[in-house]
Structures are given as C-alpha cells and as structure tokens.
Design a protein around this ligand. Sequence first.
Ligand SMILES: Nc1ncnc2c1ncn2[C@@H]1O[C@H](COP(=O)(O)OP(=O)(O)OP(=O)(O)O)[C@@H](O)[C@H]1O
Length: 486
Amino acid sequence: MLQVKNICGGYGTTPILKDISFQVEKGTFLGILGPNGCGKSTLLKIISGVLKPSLGKILIDDKELATYSNRELAKTMTVLPQLHGAAFSSTVRETVSIGRYPHQKGFFSQWSEEDEYAVNQAMVQTGVKRYENAYLENLSGGERQRVFIAQALAQSSQLILLDEPTNHLDIAHQQQILDMIRKEVTDNGLTVVSVLHDINLAALYCDELLLMEKGQVRAFGKPHEVLLENQIADVYGAQISLQAHPEQPKPQITILPEIHEPLKDGKITLNHIQIQEEYVELRSQFPLRVLSSAVHNAGLGWYENFINRTVKPEYNIENVQEEYTQYLYKAGFSPTNTVGMMTAVEARKAIIKQYETPFGEVYVIVTAGIGGAIDVSKTYEREFPIRIGTINIWVIMNAKLSDEAFVQAMITATEAKTKALQHERVMDYQTNTIATGTPTDSLLIAATQTGDYMQYGGPITPVGKIVGRGVFEATTEAIRNYQKGE
Ligand SMILES: Nc1ncnc2c1ncn2[C@@H]1O[C@H](COP(=O)(O)OP(=O)(O)OP(=O)(O)O)[C@@H](O)[C@H]1O
C-alpha cells in the first residue's frame, strides 16, 4: 500500500530525515515511535505530500505520490495532523462533513445518501453524534480530537495518517478510538500510519512499529522485535523495564524512576510474625515482593501484610473473595495490601522457623492439615469429594530475588514439602500410597528485595538450600503438630 524509499528531507536547508525506507502492507497499523524532535511529524508531512523530500520517493499503491492529483490523493489518503488550539467556528456535523469533499463531483454536486451515511457512521463510531450541532469552540480538547478523527473516517480513504490521535484523550477515549481504528484495520483492510507517543498503546494496537532516532530508522518490525529493553532505554535515554501485558502477548514498558523513595532498608524479624487466635500474621510496615497461590491477592505483587486465617472445617462460602475482603477489613488489614491464605488448622499449631544464612535471615511458617492428603500421581483415578486439609507454606527472605529465583524457590519448596510428607509417611487413604500434598495446598515466597541479589533459587543455590531445608523441617514439625491434636 505504502512504500517509503530512501527519504531524506527537512525544512529549508536543514536536513531532518536521513535515508528512511520502509513499507506498509494494506490492512496494517503502523506506529511511528521516537523521542521528541526525532522527525516523526516531518516524516508524516513528507508521506502526506505537505513537504517535498530532498531525496527519495513515496509510492502509494505502486504509484508515485507526486503524480497524484489533489482530489485523487484526498480520496486515497486522509491526513489528521497534530491538533493545536485554533479557533473553530463550525459545528461538529459541518466539520465531519468536510471529510466528504474529495467525494463531491464538481462545484454544484449533490450531497448523496452515501455522504450522509459516511458522516453519520463516523460520528457514531467516534461518539460525537450526540453533540453534532455543537460548535467546536465549545468542546473540550478531547471531544474536538474525536471530531477530527470522525472527519478522517468520513473521508473513507484506504490510508490514514495520524499524528498523535490520542493526545488530549482520557483512557476510556484512548481505548475507544484505538479500538475503533484497530477494528477498521482488521475488518475493512484500512491501512493506518500513526505517530504515537505512548509506547504501550503502540505495542498493544499496532501490527508494526517504526522506531526513529535522530531522523533515522533505528528499528522496524513487530512490537516484540522493536521494543527491546536496551534499545528503548538507549533511544529515549530513559530507565525502563519490559514486561508482558497481563492479557495479550504484547510487550509493555514501565518507567523506572531514578528519584524514588528508596525501599526502606527494612528487615523482617521474628517480631513481625505473630500467632493470633484466628490467624497467623506477618505485618512488615514496608512492602515485600511476593509470589503466591494464596486465596486473596495471588500471583506476583508487592504487599505489606500476610495472613493465614483459620476457618471452620465447614466453611463453604460461595463468594470467597467478597467474604475474605470483608474479613480483612474487620480484622484491620488493608485488602489491597494483604495476601491471605485459609486453613482449617488452628493458628496455634503453626510452625515458625528462623534460619540465619550468609545473605540474611529466612523465616518459614507452615500450617499442615493432612486429613485430605493425596498422591498426586493417582488423582486421575479418584472420585471427589475428599476430606478437608491444606498445607500452607510461607517462605520469607531478607534478600533480593530475581523473578527466576522466585519461581525456582516455589519449585524447591514444593519438592521439600513432598519430601516431608514422605518422611512422615503421610498416606493417601484411598490409594494407600504415600501422599504428595493436599488438593488445596498454598505456597508463598516473599522477599524484602534489599540486601544480597539472588539470581537463582534451585536446590543447590544459597536460596534453594535454605528453602529446601526450612520447608522440609517446618512441614515435618507442622505435620507432627497436627497429628498430635487429631
Ligand atoms: N516548520 C519547521 N521549520 C523548521 N524546523 C522544523 C519545523 N518543524 C519541525 N522542525 C524541526 O524538525 C525537527 C523534527 O521535528 P518533528 O516535529 O518532525 O519531530 P517529532 O519527532 O514529531 O517531535 P515531537 O515528538 O516533539 O512531536 C525538530 O528539530 C524541529 O525543531
């Protein structure tokens, strides 16, 4: 659809763009990224024909841009430049209708049904129809932006060039506009080339990204090929970290502030851990990085409070999340700052163990209810329901763990728990084989993220060695404690 070949150009004698080449297929959404002043808008002006390149050429549908007549070009390509606060004296409908001018034949041509349909459709799509008779000057910046996007859509061309279309828009409208553009690209084969400042939105919505640096192409490709941590940090001169989007296979960046509240040089001590009547608690006063399979706030995150709550064996609530949140409120915990587990084992039967290691103290806290212990290799042949019981394990470390170390520590802890069950000869009462756990076991690894950096957590690493030993010893004791009271 669009070919950009060896473009050089700028303003007057000042060269801005240097040898830019790329091409965009029909039905593709290309995002142009790059730091302020790198030449994104200049490139868009050259593609749209507003600015002549000093070298190179632009082809649209294999035809050179310079050979298009104005009307022909307006039907083929729509341009939405960066908007500035100018004075507008027309209504929303009039402004959107301007998009139809390239489709008018001759000076006295009739406004057709097709024109009317395109204008209405564009106003509905962008959510501006309800104030179609309002004057632009009386609209907010974001509303005005959507009117111009409606005008671009009404033009019904195959190629749209946009310069920061989501400027001034709140997140709901950013989503609405980009969803709409994405839909036009996917469903109707529209080709979009857009300058975008928001790298994360670009990664989410664009098929391809062009990363510019000082008037040149630094990278071109799919979002995961272009958004490399070092490359983005280098081009923008910013500290960033790259993660996966929670729901889509798209990279997302997070700024790492240089000036920030330093993590309080907090250490977890035995004083932070208390056994109460209804729960075991750890209140740290500073956030720990946590990976867990807890009932409340599972997954990876930062939390200050941890509770392992004792519930009655007959606890059977439909909306556990809601009930748990209410419980936390009543017990004086912030639900958004607390990881919560649940067990039928009484809190007083919890085992708390402290270990000194070369990198800092480690605490292992375990409650073990093994009434429902099962052999995981045989569960495929059993009938449910089974008896109640849960082994809840917390490993709290005064150390800085990599993500890899967190996951490896989870594996190591699970292996150590299973070894404890084997050691104590805990049986699966249905299969009469050694149990490996219970159906509802939960595990939590938390680290202060201060002190020594631990990249690995496998069995033979400093982290793994203490996790293995600590979880084995604490689980063994917790099983004995449980059996004493049976
Ligand atoms: N009309 C102009 N006359 C002369 N120089 C200009 C003109 N417009 C832009 N420039 C210069 O060209 C360079 C590239 O500007 P351009 O607007 O293309 O950057 P950009 O990447 O779009 O920046 P931003 O992210 O800030 O919008 C800048 O140094 C700018 O000062």
